[in-house]
Design a protein around this ligand. Sequence first.
Ligand code: SF4
Length: 359
Amino acid sequence: MRWENLTEKPAGGGDSAPPRDAALFGTDAVTTRTFDTPEFRGIVFHEVRARTIVNRVPGASRMPFEWTINPYRGCSHACVYCFARSTHSYLDLDTGHGFDSQIVVKVNAPEVLRRQLASPRWHGEHIAMGTNVDCYQRAEGRYGLMPGIIGALRDHANPFSILTKGTLILRDLDLLVEAAEVTDVGLSVSVGFVDQELWRTVEPGTPAPHRRLDVVRQLSEHGLGCGVLMAPVLPFLSDHPDQLRATVRAIAASGATSVTPLVLHLRPGAREWYTAWLGRHHPHLVRRYERLYAAGAYAPKWYQRRVTREVHELAREFGIGPSGPGGPRRIRMREPEPEHARALPEQERPPGHTQLTIL
Ligand code: SF4
């Protein structure tokens, strides 16, 4: 296993900060653990002490955000299409089941964050979380890193955003409300579809879509506007007009402040894993996917435009937006530029997590 050569650029690390391409963790600082509880059975945790936790997005000039915090690598939510899978290969870990079950935990994330935020080199820029893997995945229930992270951002009145599929974010509701009193907080939940059968097979480790939408509802009830990233829309599986309608209707009912559709990307790592899944569960679709994604990782523009147009029309019909029931509090989600997500280097690309723009 390789713990060196991860290319994340630290912020505010002072003279002692490691240069780009230096190791993020000392190799002597890796502790491997397993927990014999049903929730964590089969999952291996690699605890590391990170040298930095606020990292610059490579090529950030083209990004909607420049700085990120990723307390975990790998994600037990195990979405088959997850295009963060390739990041596991940087650690010599498997991008398939290994990505779902070998979780790197930066156990000192809150203390490192406080140090970086206090640095005279740090100027209080917006920090995005959930941009690589989900910071409210199951591991967070045991390691509890996010309260310390949000608390540090609150204490420094540092603006931030979170994108998640995890209901665990509700544990930190009070902290989020406190933070929103002193700085801009952007919240977004990812719900690509509401089909229960599809969810069980393609997002097996995530909370059900209706539970995620309940998160949107509860955040909204506490005055925290929350957008929904409708991602990914899966060709031939969740893109029928009736399915799009059911999903947008449910999103509207949750009080979301916005809905942003994003069609499935199939980048290396995710592509092989997803195609194998497709062959097992929907073999008749394999050829159609090969044709649709013949040009690379993205579906054709005409297809993306069609889905986007339909979702926008439905959003208007169901009244999603600033004037809808959720209404924004401090943050609005802006319609993203697709090129932003395409420009985002793989190691920072989340599955359906990239097209997040904070105003
Ligand atoms: S898509 Fe998001 S929630 Fe799903 S496995 Fe990837 S990082 Fe986790």
